[in-house]
Design a protein around this ligand. Structure first.
Ligand code: NAD
Length: 415
């Protein structure tokens, strides 16, 4: 019996296969990853102790190009989580028409419990262990929850030394000094914001004054919120892993909440003058126009779907909504902009970084963000139109467009 989060991916896939006809070969290819890599590597820590770390890299599909996807540093990382995240990456890259397949990996540990020296040693150890399986034309990792541009720099430098290849195109999400792309830091949040903007556009509504709430206030959630505020919307609630659920972030207090989070890397310790603490259920049932899950998988289940009081959900996180909740939200008329579309601005800009690294020609932030906007807008409308034409939800529409692209590639290889 697959773990719940992988079963979620399979249920989403089957919903698409029930509606659209694909060959048995395509269906079977999509259902399981091509390669499942597990590495165990010892690391000497700064306290003199040596600890064994378990790392994963799942390579789901490479029909359209090298495997591509992040590395998660989190104490709950496990094989089936990486399998689903890798599969969603395959879908995301195909949907955005990028020359990539899907991969994902991570290490099961809590990075907040280690100092910088230890994080460097763990990242370097992981890079050495993954060396035989990755590379600029094979599999290109990036940051995910708990890993950062600094982690990518450490891993990239080990890879460069071991491969005698001074190009930086084997990792993306690096710092600017190490070949990162301008605009990458805010790219995923910006993609989320563009999806919201286009959603209101196709519904002939203004964004001005509309309210939103964000669960998860890290890279995706905090930048997404900042950009939506910049587009005229009002952030009225934020939450993070410290258990802080805050409402009534109003009257220009958002900037102060953003600054506190940036400085402390979490919402803990925030002044009650800025926002009102509440419990999780009160947070999820609070009325708003747009709800942005931007934390982890499986946050919106049956209970949350029944209590949510929003007009639309835009999935900044991967896999935040399970399929039972999806059906309830559909019945309740709450639209969902799915993860593989909503957060695809991240991998799209990673692709731009890779192109810049490979050509040694670097673009201005303005150029990067203009290309990102074009991609997000074009893909949003493709998904929206396909959903309307076929009278299906946007997730099934996104899955269909992604799988159709891979199916055509498989068919063309067999001619
Ligand atoms: P991050 O580590 O920067 O932030 C994660 C945030 O979620 C933190 O604020 C953390 O406190 C919060 N969080 C964790 N567990 C929580 C819980 N149980 N309840 C409430 N909040 C919780 O990570 P990120 O890069 O922002 O990634 C967030 C999500 O977006 C993940 O699902 C990730 O896979 C997805 N994603 C990220 C990118 C990217 O470019 N960073 C791209 C695509 C998708």
């Amino acid at each position: 019996m697959p773990h719940k989060v992988y079963q979620l991916f399979l249920n989403q896939l089957n919903k698409c296969f029930d509606k659209f006809e694909f060959s048995k070969e395509v269906q079977l290819t999509m259902k399981q990853p091509k390669n499942e890599i597990i590495v165990n590597f010892p690391v000497k820590l700064s306290n003199g102790d040596t600890e064994l770390f378990k790392g994963y890299r799942i390579q789901h599909n490479d029909q359209l190009g090298p495997f591509k996807g992040g590395l998660r540093f989190h104490h709950e990382v496990h094989l089936d989580e990486c399998k689903s995240l890798a599969a969603w990456m395959t879908m995301k890259c195909a949907l955005q028409e990028l020359p990539y397949g899907g991969g994902k990996g991570g290490i099961k540990f809590n990075p907040r419990e280690y100092n910088e020296d230890d994080l460097r040693a763990i990242s370097r150890g992981f890079s050495k262990a993954l060396f035989p399986y990755i590379g600029e034309n094979v599999d290109i990792p990036a940051p995910d929850v708990g890993s950062t541009a600094q982690v990518m720099d450490w891993m990239n430098s080990v890879y460069q030394n071991m491969s005698h290849n001074k190009f930086s195109s084997s990792f993306t999400g690096k710092s600017l000094e190490n070949g990162g792309s301008k605009g990458r830091e805010q790219a995923t949040g910006l993609g989320v914001a563009y999806c919201v903007r286009e959603y209101f556009k196709v519904n002939n509504e203004s964004m001005e004054g509309k309210t939103f709430m964000v669960q998860g206030f890290g890279n995706v959630g905090s930048f997404g919120a900042k950009l939506l505020e910049g587009m005229g919307m009002k952030c009225i609630g934020v939450a993070d892993h410290t258990g802080h659920y805050l409402l009534n972030v109003e009257n220009n207090q958002f900037e102060k909440v953003f600054a506190h989070n940036k400085e402390n890397r979490c919402l803990a310790g925030i002044s009650t003058d800025l926002a009102t603490p509440c419990d999780r259920n009160t947070f999820f049932s609070n009325k708003c126009d747009v709800f942005v899950p931007a934390a982890l998988e499986l946050q919106i289940l049956e209970e949350e779907a029944k209590m949510m009081n929003c007009r639309m959900i835009v999935e900044g996180a991967n896999g935040p909504t399970d399929d039972v909740a999806d059906d309830i939200l559909l019945q309740r008329g709450i639209d969902v902009i799915p993860d593989i579309l909503a957060n695809s601005g991240g991998v799209t800009t990673s692709y731009f970084e890779w192109v810049q690294n490979k050509s040694s020609h670097y673009w201005s932030e303005k150029e990067v963000l203009a290309k990102l906007e074009d991609k997000m807008v074009e893909t949003f409308h493709r998904v929206w139109n396909c959903a309307k034409d076929n009278q299906i939800d946007m997730r099934t529409s996104s899955f269909y467009l992604a799988i159709d692209r891979i199916a055509k590639k498989i068919a063309s290889n067999q001619k």
